[in-house]
Design a protein around this ligand. Structure first.
Ligand code: ATP
Length: 500
């Protein structure tokens, strides 16, 4: 059964079981209309539609049927009418409900009316591009996500438009465009095809560039994902030898994926890097994307959190869909712990966190697109144990404060980066003097010493000058002593593989 067929069956079952309010999340009202039409025909239902722009309209041609009335008034009418065998459609539902207590109260009254008069056979269908369910309605509402077009559907959309334009398309272009369009809605696909056609009078694989550009725009607009452009290289990371070796091995697989698969190698899924602040987790994320030669998408976990029921999940769903749409890519989930704080604690946020977590785990398990997930976290005590279990990620690494040898390497990297000679400077001595310094602390020392040398009559940078700065620096390990010890104990207990 296709995604759409499964969804249809599921919605139908809910309607037959007299669920009063169904919430359909879709970027495409047309898709929702098709589904509603099909349901209405089979179930012999009449349809009433309200939308924010025009009030009560004809479902078929969207013309207003009366003077404009807001949703609260329309709901009042519905509460007083005989609704037998009706579908009541509310478009732009999230906008109409937002900060509107009267609408929420009347929807609740309507839900109660339908629940207590099941012979009425009426269902309210809330249609929206975002899942934002006011907490007061949560127990009445069932949420459904309308799927984005799959490859078969995308092909059909392309072929349909090509036919309408009286054009043809070669098989190679059709395949390339189909892959490029993954993650976009039918409407977005059609618009892009028109734009491609307008540009040069044909639709072919040259239009893939247009699609990729559009996806970048969508990602920027989403506010949840960032396209990170970075020039960091693996060579710019001091130490972390085990982690770097592991990443190189995965790069080898990714660059020879077809052969690797034929050989029986599993597709790389992702890695979690946990550990001390300022010790190179973010740096590794950036260097990994360069090593894999893939775009890097950063998921801002904090921005996922919404105030309405379903909003956070909806954001996460969209973010993961977008990541799949630009795949192959590296999806960097920064500060992963923030998404899952409070799971199982029983407080208000915990339910959302638990649902988000469930969704993320299922996605990790089932993901088919070539999305390599790189998650970073400081505080693993906030992470549910299921996530740390092997199998979700290919590996979990623990990044500790750098050892003496590693600090030597990190000093050399940051001096070289700033065109300073790491041969005349005694990096060994610097490393000895910086026990407990993180990579970020070391970088800060180098930067400051260079600045001081410049201001001091542009004198040459010397080991002594660097040591003076070191002596005046309070490394993070000391500043955050208690926290650092707490993390270290946890990492030790969990026996996570060291990155060094
Ligand atoms: P946080 O948990 O606070 O986000 P982080 O572990 O992600 O910290 P980074 O952002 O990667 O730390 O490190 C900050 C900066 O410190 C880096 O941009 C880099 O310049 C320097 N740095 C940290 N670790 C290393 C390292 N191992 N080698 C070279 N530079 C490093």
């Amino acid at each position: 059964m296709s995604n759409t067929e499964t969804l249809y069956t599921n919605i139908r079952a809910h309607i037959e079981s007299h669920y009063p309010l169904l919430y359909l999340v879709t970027f495409e009202e047309k898709q929702a209309d098709q589904l509603i039409t099909q349901l209405a025909v089979e179930d012999k239902r009449k349809i009433c539609e309200w939308n924010l722009a025009r009030g009560v309209v004809s479902f078929d041609h969207k013309q207003p049927l009366a003077d404009y009335r807001d949703l609260a008034s329309t709901l009042e009418d519905w509460l007083n009418e005989d609704l037998t065998n009706h579908f009541l459609i509310i478009k732009d539902a999230h906008l109409a409900m937002r900060d509107n207590p009267l609408v929420i109260a009347r929807l609740k009254a309507l839900a109660n009316k339908l629940l207590h008069n099941s012979e009425t056979k009426a269902t309210v269908l809330l249609i929206s591009s975002q899942a934002c369910i006011p907490p007061e309605l949560e127990k009445f509402i069932t949420l459904f996500d309308l799927p984005l077009p799959d490859e078969e559907k995308i092909r059909a959309v392309i072929n349909d438009l090509i036919g309408r334009l009286g054009e043809t398309i070669d098989a190679k272009s059709l395949t390339e465009l189909t892959l490029a369009f993954r993650g976009l809605s039918e409407h977005e696909i059609t618009q892009l095809l028109y734009r491609g056609f307008q540009q040069d009078g044909e639709i072919n694989s040259d239009d893939v560039a247009l699609v990729l550009h559009e996806k970048e725009q969508i990602i920027k607009k989403s506010g949840i994902l960032d396209m990170v452009s970075s020039v960091e290289k693996l060579e710019n990371i001091g130490g972390l030898m085990q982690l770097k070796k592991w990443l190189k091995q995965k790069a080898n697989i990714l660059h020879n994926l077809t052969d690797a698969r034929a050989f029986g190698v599993e597709d790389p899924k992702g890695v979690m890097i946990v550990g001390m602040p300022g010790c190179g987790k973010s740096l590794t994320a950036k260097a990994t994307a360069s090593l894999f030669k893939l775009p890097l998408l950063r998921l801002d976990v904090g921005s996922l959190m919404g105030k309405y029921v379903g909003e956070s999940e909806s954001n996460m769903r969209r973010a993961l869909q977008l990541a799949e749409a630009v795949s192959p890519c590296v999806l960097w989930v920064d500060e992963l712990e923030k998404a899952f704080v409070g799971i199982g604690s029983g407080n208000a946020g915990s339910e959302v966190a638990t649902r988000l977590f469930g969704y993320f785990l299922t996605w990790m398990q089932d993901k088919t697109g070539a999305v390599f997930v790189l998650a970073t976290a400081n505080d693993i005590s906030a992470l549910p144990p299921e996530l740390l279990r092997k199998g979700r990620f290919d590996e979990i690494f623990y990044v500790d404060f750098p050892t003496r040898d590693e600090r030597e390497g990190i000093f050399a990297i940051h001096l070289k980066k700033r065109n300073k000679n790491s041969i005349t400077i005694d990096v060994k001595k610097l490393a000895e003097k910086t026990d407990g310094f993180s990579g970020a602390d070391i970088e800060a020392v180098v930067k400051e010493a260079i600045e001081v040398a410049f201001v001091d009559n542009r004198t040459a940078l010397t080991t002594e000058r660097l040591i003076t700065v070191i002596n005046n620096t309070h490394p993070l390990k000391i500043v955050m002593k208690d926290k650092v010890q707490e993390y270290a104990d946890k990492f030790n207990n969990l026996k996570i593989k060291p990155a060094s």
